[in-house]
Each structure stands twice: as C-alpha cells, then as structure tokens.
Ligand binder design. Structure first.
Ligand SMILES: [Zn+2]
Length: 172
C-alpha cells in the first residue's frame, strides 16, 4: 500500500537530525502514531521513533508488556528526568539498521516525562525492557544511533555492514 510509512535506513540524513517538539495534538499526530504502529508491527520491531519514518518530530512509540497485556505506548516530547547510575548491557538492534545487533551499555532504570496524544503530561518509570526501548528511541530524537555507543573497535568490525546499508539508503 502506498500510504504505508517507509523505514529510513542508516545513512539517511534525517536519522542524524535533532527533532522538533510536537506542538499540535491533533488528528495528524494520531494518524502518524497509528502509521508508526503499523510500520513497527510490519517489521516486527518493539520500538520506533518518528525520524525513522521520515518525520523530524519528538514522538516515539514503545511496546509495553509490563502488565502482560501488550500495547504500544506513544511518548510525545519525552524527557529522561532520571537515569540510574547502575548500567547494564543488552543486545540491541534497530529497524533502520537491519541485520546489525550489538550489546549496548545503558542505565538500567529510567524515569521519563512525556505527553500523551491528547497533550496530557504523563510520567513512567521502568527498569526492564521498556526502559531500554525508551532510551534507544529517545536517542533517535537527538540524531543518535545505537552504534554510536559502541567502542571504536566494535564499530570497525561492523563497518562493512554499515557501508552496505548506507549504499542501500542512497538507492531508495
Ligand atoms: Zn532504532
């Protein structure tokens, strides 16, 4: 379907853009959210940020399975207001970097303040997978990718794959 959102790949300029705050909480925001949920589910992801579908806006979505009822949370204008000093390593991947995974060290617990689709302020705190997804997706809003967190040596090992992706991004 032509109105489905496409995922932008590593090498696309928008993935290196610092995104703008969302200031109108209207139908177009809900449509963007719903389009992102479809794109994420289609690609079997667990999180997605607006720049990955070509929109430089501070909106991310994250799969939330905390209470055993999977749903997809929209976080608008998220701010990480607490990051634990305790860090942990976890294997990460990214829909914009298909075929690449690597262990990334990040704070274990986060607290995030954000707005929902109606513009109402919300807060959540987590120390599980959701905390990880939110940090990964929040990075996207700053133009940061998970491979940026890797050591030079690890990135060197991935450089062939990264170059191939860049080439693909140029061809799309
Ligand atoms: Zn990502």
């Amino acid at each position: 379907m032509s109105d489905e959102l496409e995922i932008y790949l590593y090498g696309s300029e928008i993935l290196r853009t610092r995104c703008d705050p969302v200031d109108s909480f209207d139908d177009s925001l809900r449509e963007l959210y719903e389009g992102m949920v479809r794109a994420m589910n289609r690609e079997e992801g667990i999180g997605l940020a607006a720049p990955q579908v070509g929109r430089a806006l501070r909106l991310l979505i994250a799969r939330d399975e905390r209470d055993g009822w999977p749903r997809v949370l929209p976080l608008v204008n998220p701010e990480l207001i607490f990051l634990s000093r305790e860090r942990g390593g976890l294997e990460e991947g990214c829909l914009s970097l298909p075929g690449i995974t690597a262990e990334v060290q990040r704070p274990v617990r986060v607290k995030v303040r954000y707005q929902d689709l109606e513009g109402k302020e919300q807060e959540l705190e987590d120390d599980g997978l959701l905390a990880r997804i939110i940090q990964h997706e929040h990075d996207h809003l700053e133009g940061i990718l998970f491979v940026d967190h890797l050591s030079l040596i690890k990135r060197k090992l991935l450089s062939k794959k990264l170059k191939a992706l860049q080439q693909r991004a140029r061809e799309v």
